[in-house]
Write a protein that binds this ligand. Structure first.
Ligand code: PGA
Length: 272
C-alpha cells in the first residue's frame, strides 16, 4: 500500500484529484469507479475546477458508482444518483450515456446486480476505483461481516452506518435500510484502488485497514491483498498509524524516485 499523508482535507483532496486527472490525461477513455459521501466532495470540487480552468476532458471517460440506496428515486435529493449530478457530473463534460450508477428502484435486484457486473466487464474493467472509508472500516456498503469475495448485491446497513448517514436525511428513521452495492470482490478487481479517509473519526478504521489483520470485520482491510492501492489521508486520519513515520519516508523516497530517478536514492546521494 502506498500511504500518502497530507496536512488536511483540502490538500488530501487535491492530491487524490491529481492522481485521477493524471489517469484521465494518460488514458482519456478510462473507466473510473466513483464514490459518494462527505469524503470525496473535495476531490469532485477539484476535478470540476480542473475541467473548468485546465480543460481536463471527461468526454470519453466511463464511470461506475459503487452503490445506491434501495427505494430512492434518482431525483431524491439523498439518492447517490442525485449526489453525483450535483457534485460532479453537472460540472464536467461527461457523456451521460457513459455514467453507470446502481438502480435503487430495480424490481429484480438479482438480475440487476448481475447485469451491473456484466457492464463493468464489458467496459473493460475499472481502471481506478475511488473509495471512502466508513468508521467501521467498510468500503462501499460492504458492512462488517461481508464476504471478501462478495459481488454486487443487496446489503443491509448496520445501525452505525444508519446513524452516520442520518445527518444527510435529517433523522435516522428516514435512512433506507438496504443498499445495492458492489462487493469487496468486485472492488478488488479494479486495476487501482484509491482509498480516502479524512478526520479523527476515521483514525481507528484507518489503523485497522492498513495495519490490522485482513478480516471481513473490516472490509477495507481486504485492500491489503490488492497490488495497487493508494491511501490518501490527512494528519488526523493518520494519527493512529503505528508506522506513520515510515510511510512518510517511503512517500518522500517515492517522490524523489519519480522526479530524479533511482540514483537519488542510492547510498551516498543523500542531500545535505
Ligand atoms: P463519509 O462516509 O464519506 O460520508 O464519511 C464514508 C463511508 O461511509 O463510506
Amino acid at each position: 500500500m502506498r500511504i500518502i499523508i497530507e496536512p488536511d482535507y483540502e490538500a488530501g483532496s487535491r492530491r487524490a484529484a491529481q492522481l485521477i486527472a493524471h489517469l484521465v490525461r494518460q488514458k482519456p477513455d478510462c473507466v473510473l469507479g466513483l464514490a459518494t459521501g462527505g469524503t470525496p466532495l473535495g476531490v469532485y470540487r477539484e476535478l470540476a475546477r480542473m475541467h473548468r480552468e485546465e480543460g481536463l476532458d471527461f468526454s470519453r471517460v466511463t464511470t461506475f458508482n459503487l452503490d445506491e440506496y434501495v427505494g430512492l428515486d434518482p431525483t431524491h435529493p439523498q439518492s447517490y444518483r442525485f449526489f453525483m449530478q450535483q457534485h460532479l457530473f453537472d460540472h464536467i463534460n461527461i457523456d451521460p450515456s457513459r455514467i453507470n450508477i446502481p438502480d435503487g428502484r430495480a424490481l429484480d435486484f438479482e438480475r440487476f446486480c448481475r447485469s451491473y457486473e456484466e457492464r463493468i466487464r464489458e467496459a473493460g474493467g475499472i481502471d481506478l476505483q475511488l473509495l471512502g472509508l466508513g468508521r467501521d472500516g467498510h468500503i462501499a456498503f460492504n458492512e462488517p461481516g461481508s464476504s471478501l469475495g462478495s459481488r454486487t448485491r443487496l446489503k443491509m446497513l448496520t445501525p452505525e452506518t444508519i446513524r452516520d448517514n442520518a445527518r444527510f436525511f435529517g433523522s435516522e428513521e428516514l435512512v433506507p435500510r438496504l443498499a445495492v452495492t458492489m462487493g469487496v470482490g468486485t472492488i478488488l478487481e479494479a486495476r487501482r484502488c484509491l482509498l480516502l479517509a479524512f478526520g479523527e473519526a476515521k483514525a481507528d478504521a484507518v489503523q485497522r485497514t492498513v495495519e490490522g489483520p485482513v478480516t471481513a470485520q473490516v472490509t477495507a482491510s481486504a485492500l491489503q491483498l490488492h497490488r495497487d492501492v493508494v491511501v490518501v489521508l490527512d494528519e488526523a486520519a493518520a494519527s493512529r498509524l503505528e508506522r506513520r513515520e515510515y510511510y512518510r519516508q517511503m512517500e518522500q523516497a517515492q517522490m524523489r524516485l519519480e522526479q530524479e530517478g533511482i540514483r537519488a536514492l542510492l547510498p551516498g546521494s543523500e542531500r545535505s
